[in-house]
Design a protein around this ligand. Structure first.
Ligand code: R1P
Ligand code: URA
Length: 290
């Protein structure tokens, strides 16, 4: 059965609804960033740029870096945007836009997707200026209420532990990213477990003028531990997208990793004076290794 026009929405030129891209535009290796202004910061290193397309917060540049075809695309903030990004990227490679049928299993393409984003550290021993690769992500957002994510025993236990320690009335989700990409791109970086929050202020324990429902939220995040045969699991940092990437990547069959430039430290109250430099360092390392 072809996928209906209301489900797989194509623009008049045949491009996918939000990303505005045609299947031929995309490379199999993709760097994603939250901030649309970070796209040219990445693509300025390319030898050549063949395509520049934008719609809403999704700015895309496709080009060549040291002979390798790369796409860099911005997502805006939050896992709701990652739902759009991941489904539309997957549709571009794994659905035939003419027949509107998913490609047969043996023809499915697995993309390599690398998030290059900023993040706040939860632990005093991970200072601002650190670069961190996320081994696991724990999602406090509601995206996985709508998909049948299969989690391992360890992932379920960690997620239950976070639920208990925060006394949440829903179970967060926990998912490990691509080991392959983490090892390739994250060598020498801090390996961490990233908490994905559905907001920057209250959900990350920031108090400006509003009190929070949960007292000591940051301390709860900092002190959370889960012990298993694999060792001690602690939450190292937070941001707003990684768990969405890892869960949708697993379900759709794409390799995904999340690289974090630590610009704030919530244990010490610091914000990096040179946050742009930290992000530029992360971009340079990513391009060198990709
Ligand atoms: C919040 O300031 C934003 O920064 C982080 C968070 O995940 C959120 O998107 O990532 P980016 O720097 O990639 O946007
Ligand atoms: N991005 C976040 O989501 N939180 C921080 O503290 C810093 C960057």
């Amino acid at each position: 059965m072809p996928i209906a026009e209301s489900e797989l929405i194509l623009n008049k030129d045949g491009s996918i609804y939000h990303l505005n891209l045609l299947p031929d535009h995309l490379s199999e290796t993709i760097i994603t960033v939250g901030d649309p202004e970070r796209v040219p910061t990445v693509s300025q290193h390319f030898d050549s740029i063949e395509t520049k397309i934008h719609k809403r917060e999704f700015v895309t540049h496709v080009g060549y870096y040291r002979g390798k075809r790369l796409t860099v695309i911005s997502t805006g903030m939050g896992t709701d945007n990652i739902d759009i990004l991941m489904n539309e990227l997957d549709a571009l490679v794994n659905i035939d836009f003419v027949t509107r049928e998913p490609r047969p299993l043996e023809e499915r393409i697995s993309l390599r997707i690398v998030r290059v984003g900023t993040s706040g550290s939860l632990q005093a021993d991970i200072p601002v200026g650190s670069l961190l690769v996320s081994e696991h992500a724990v999602g406090l957002d509601s995206l996985m209420q709508f998909y049948p994510l299969v989690e391992t025993g360890l992932e379920v236990e960690v997620a239950r532990g976070v639920q208990q320690s925060l006394q949440l009335d829903y179970r967060p989700y926990c998912v490990r990213g691509s080991d392959l990409l983490r090892e390739q791109l994250g060598a020498g970086m801090v390996t961490g477990n990233t908490l994905t929050c559905p907001g920057f202020y209250g959900p990350q324990g920031r108090v400006l003028r509003l009190d929070l429902r949960m007292a000591n939220l940051i301390e709860q995040f900092q002190q959370f531990r889960y012990h298993s045969a694999e060792g001690e699991f602690r939450l190292t940092n937070f941001e707003m997208e990684t768990a969405g990437y890892y869960s949708l990547g697993r379900m759709l069959g794409h390799e995904v990793t999340s690289l974090n430039a630590i610009v704030a430290n919530r244990a010490t109250g610091e914000f990096a004076a040179n946050s742009e430099q930290v992000v530029n360092d992360l971009i340079a390392k990513t391009l060198e290794r990709i």
